[in-house]
Design a protein around this ligand. Structure first.
Ligand SMILES: *Cc1c(COP(=O)(O)O)cnc(C)c1O
Length: 821
């Protein structure tokens, strides 16, 4: 099925099978201490990764020399999440070493695919935001650009999901327990992070502030993951920090005789990087999370300045050589930290420090959902970061003077714009800090950027219009087509050559084959191959049987009310009731595939998972349905699973309430792989529509403006839909009768109540009828195979815009001022 890829790229340092074989033997025998004949797949995976890593390190030195020689400006991407997934396959492919690895592995009686499957996913992220960061690193390296990731080396990545009687169960993902061959410890670049303490107001430093005293120190130890670009010429790094206790600090307490306290402090310090917070699009407000954010910021800024000073005499030209991109507000303490270091440690005046800070920093907004906007209580900041709080007060004082100059006497504006929110508990608005301290503020799709300007922070937009811009997201075609869809890749390479891998707009050339019968057949065959591959994986991993001849109708993403998996399953229930109650036999066999994790504390999202599984249980075992409709919830959605699900999809469900999904990137991956989208006019769906054309996408539902109107006028009365539509009434009633509850009476009542008692913030019932109707159209068109395949081909051919290479080139040109070197 997945044939070896025709080696597409030159390898910078020649490697022979003999070299690789010897290295593999060396790592198994002498590093792992295992007889090669007895090595497990996991052992071989590690050893092979270490062997490849050598190669990456060589190229990393060469890359660094090149950047130094060019005296390049560098970009640092600060993100609390990097959802990178597996690396062996992508690294081998980028280096063009797949064939060689396959050859060497024969001796061990295993295939390269087996070994690649033995690698655990690096799940250091929740969803789209973290995956975007990973795609950006791939594009930066593939474009030979000096751009580097800074993040946290969580000991526990995103939890693993199991399904137990239809319910989500979580278990820890201790990925660092397993050896992590891609991580290279850089203890020489360890840095100290100050925390707690207080300001001594009885003394004054040169800059007029009292000194920050009695702080404690946490140590940040960096681990680098090499990031190789396609072709292997450029190797950048992703630098992840682990927290350690400071020896100095321990020894002081040990010497004081309080052994237990010293050990407790040590445990406390190391707790900081233990675990990734598992909430997506929802802000938690926990002290440990604040410390994690500051820990990242402090380590990154320290490292960035040190690196700058290795090549420059002073920090005067820092902004000429440095760009810092803040991935959402999570690292926005960078603004205060950079000010603190420049002023308190390097003696800069406020004005110069501020100019440098603003010129370096840029902020990407990722969400309009109010529950996701970070605000930290002033009392907490006072306790943890007293000096930063003081600086934020001063930043705000100066900022409000600007507001006063722009809108004299307008106290309302001052309140709206202030970095501080005077609610029951005074809080710092982190988005405001990020906007004020940056020279650029961008949204992640055209619609989203417009909504940032008009709805989220219109007064900031009025004050600083030139600061706002859009950078529509993209995804890397290396992972999301070449690596995950070898069947389609071969077809493309045979048809239009291989240049499209580094220039996705070249896929346009496929348009001329959209009506070509032979190409259509090959395209449809590639899709069928991928469906069979997925069916096999799902059968092996969860025992669920999928029929590759049916339509694969797929919604995979974090489970969230705004993403409306509930709308999807309500529609599936409708299709089921049509069969069993109305006696209608469907003309299209359909498999509705779901996957995704719910935040462990998100009760409604977890209940939606249970509902999907309960519906699956009933539908899949109903003899009347006769296999024409199937529902499958595939557990433990993650990057490596996405790589198998997405190429197998016929239909991509992108059905968030208009105005809630900032961009989406799953939508792009599907369309690139020849799935048609059913979606609302939300996020990047709007731009996908523009690119593929209205005949090649299924758009339904309320527009952003209509949703906004309904919100303003309070005119969404969900009961009216229930009372006036027999179909909707029947669907909802089925939630509370015994059809799906089976032995747990009443379990879905909270969903029924939420939908009908004014708790439906995402307007499910307002879009349900048009959603059902468009699915009817979809079924009819899916039956016309040539028509469907033609549309699928046109989707792929017209997705060039959504390569993250295009996104990165725009950031580089408009925001960072960095170049290929
Ligand atoms: C792409 C991706 C996402 C983002 O999906 P959306 O549909 O844009 O929410 C989330 N998780 C994984 C594993 C992904 O690969």
């Amino acid at each position: 099925m997945s044939k070896p890829l025709s080696a597409p790229v030159p390898v910078s340092t020649p490697v022979t099978a003999k070299d690789l074989d010897a290295l593999l033997h060396f790592y198994l025998n002498y590093v792992a201490g295992i007889r090669p004949a007895q090595a497990s797949k996991h052992d071989i995976c590690n050893a092979l990764s270490l062997a490849i890593r050598n190669h990456l390190i060589d190229n990393q030195f060469v890359t660094e020399d090149r950047y130094q020689k060019a005296d390049s400006k560098r970009m640092y991407y600060l993100s609390m999440e990097f959802l990178i997934g597996r690396l062996l396959a992508s690294n081998l492919h980028s280096l063009g070493l797949e064939k060689l690895a396959q050859e060497v592995l024969q001796k061990y009686g295993v295939t390269l695919q087996d070994i690649e499957e033995a690698e655990p996913d690096a799940a250091l992220g929740n969803g789209g935001l973290g995956r975007l960061a990973a795609c950006f690193l791939d594009s930066l390296a593939s474009l030979d650009m000096p751009g580097f990731g800074y993040g946290i080396n969580y000991e526990y990545g995103l939890f693993k999901q199991h399904i137990d009687h239809g319910y989500q169960r979580e278990s820890p993902d201790h990925w660092l327990h397993e050896d992590a061959p891609w991580l290279i410890e850089r203890s020489e670049a360890t840095c100290n992070v100050p925390l707690y303490g207080h300001i001594d107001h009885n003394r004054k430093c040169n800059n007029g502030f009292g000194p920050w005293v009695d702080w404690q120190t946490i140590v940040g130890v960096p681990f680098d993951i090499p990031v190789v670009g396609y072709g292997g010429r450029t190797v950048n790094y992703l630098r992840l920090y682990s927290a350690r206790s400071s020896n100095e600090f321990d020894i002081q307490i040990f010497n004081g005789g309080d052994y237990i306290k010293a050990v407790e402090e040590k445990i406390y310090s190391e707790k900081i990087t233990k675990v990734l917070y598992p909430s997506d699009s929802c802000w938690g407000g926990k002290e440990l999370r604040l410390i994690q954010e500051y820990f990242l910021v402090s380590c990154a800024i320290r490292d960035i300045l040190n690196r700058h000073l290795e090549q420059n005499n002073s920090l005067d030209n820092l902004a000429d050589k440095t760009a810092i991109q803040l991935n959402d507000t999570h690292p926005s303490l960078s603004v205060a930290e950079l000010m603190r270091v420049l002023m308190d440690e390097y003696g800069y005046e406020w004005k110069d420090a501020w100019e440098t800070t603003q010129a370096c920093c840029a902020y990407t907004n990722h969400t309009l959902l109010p529950e996701a906007l970070e605000k930290w209580p002033v009392a907490l900041l006072q306790h943890v970061l007293p000096r930063h709080l003081e600086l934020i007060y001063e930043i705000n004082r100066r900022f409000l003077m600007e507001v006063e100059a722009f809108w004299p006497g307008d106290e309302n504006r001052q309140q709206i714009l202030s970095l501080f929110e005077e609610s029951h508990e005074k809080q710092v608005r982190m988005a405001h800090l990020a906007i004020v301290g940056s020279h650029s503020v961008n949204g992640v799709a055209a619609l989203h950027s417009k909504l940032v300007q008009t709805r989220l922070v219109p007064d900031f937009f009025a004050l600083y219009p030139e600061r706002f811009n859009n950078k529509t997201n993209g995804v890397t075609p290396r992972r999301w087509i070449v690596q995950s869809n070898p069947s389609l890749t071969h077809l493309f390479n045979d048809t239009i050559g291989t240049d499209w891998v580094l220039d996705l707009s070249q896929l346009k050339k496929l348009e001329q084959y959209a009506d070509d019968a032979a190409f259509q057949r090959a395209f449809a065959q590639a899709k069928l191959d991928n469906k069979e591959r997925l069916a096999q994986v799902v059968r092996e991993q969860s025992g669920i049987m999928l029929n590759p001849a049916s339509m694969f109708d797929v919604q995979v993403k974090r489970i969230h009310e705004y993403k409306r998996q509930l709308l999807n399953i309500l529609r599936v229930i409708h299709e089921y009731l049509r069969i069993v109650e109305d006696g209608k036999t469907p003309e299209v066999a359909k498999t509705c595939i779901f996957a995704g994790k719910a935040a462990p504390g998100y009760v409604m999202a977890k209940l939606i998972i249970k509902l999907i599984n309960s519906v699956a249980e009933v539908v899949n075992h109903d003899p009347v349905v006769g296999g024409m409709l199937k529902v499958a919830f595939i557990p433990d959605y993650k990057v490596s699973l996405a790589e198998k699900i997405i190429p197998a999809a016929n239909l991509s469900e992108q059905i968030s309430t208009a105005g809630t999904e900032a961009s989406g990137t799953g939508n792009m991956k599907f369309s690139m792989n020849g799935a048609l989208t059913v979606g609302t006019l939300d996020g990047a769906n709007v731009e996908i529509l523009e690119e593929v054309g209205k005949d090649n996408i299924y758009i339904f539902g309320l527009s952003t403006e209509e949703v906004e109107q309904m919100r303003l006028q309070n005119s969404y009365i969900s009961k009216e839909y229930y009372q006036s539509s027999p179909a909707i009434k029947r669907i909802l009633d089925s939630l509370v009768d015994n059809r799906f509850c089976r032995g747990e009476p009443g379990i879905f009542n909270p969903i029924f109540d939420m939908l009908l008692d004014g708790g439906d913030y995402f307007y499910h019932l307002a879009d349900l009828e048009s959603y059902i109707a468009i699915h009817q159209q979809i079924d009819e068109e899916f039956m016309q195979e040539d028509l469907w395949t033609r549309k699928a081909i046109l989707n792929t051919a017209r997705m060039g815009k959504f390569s993250s290479d295009r996104t990165i080139l725009e950031y580089a040109r408009d925001i960072w001022g960095i170049q290929s070197a």
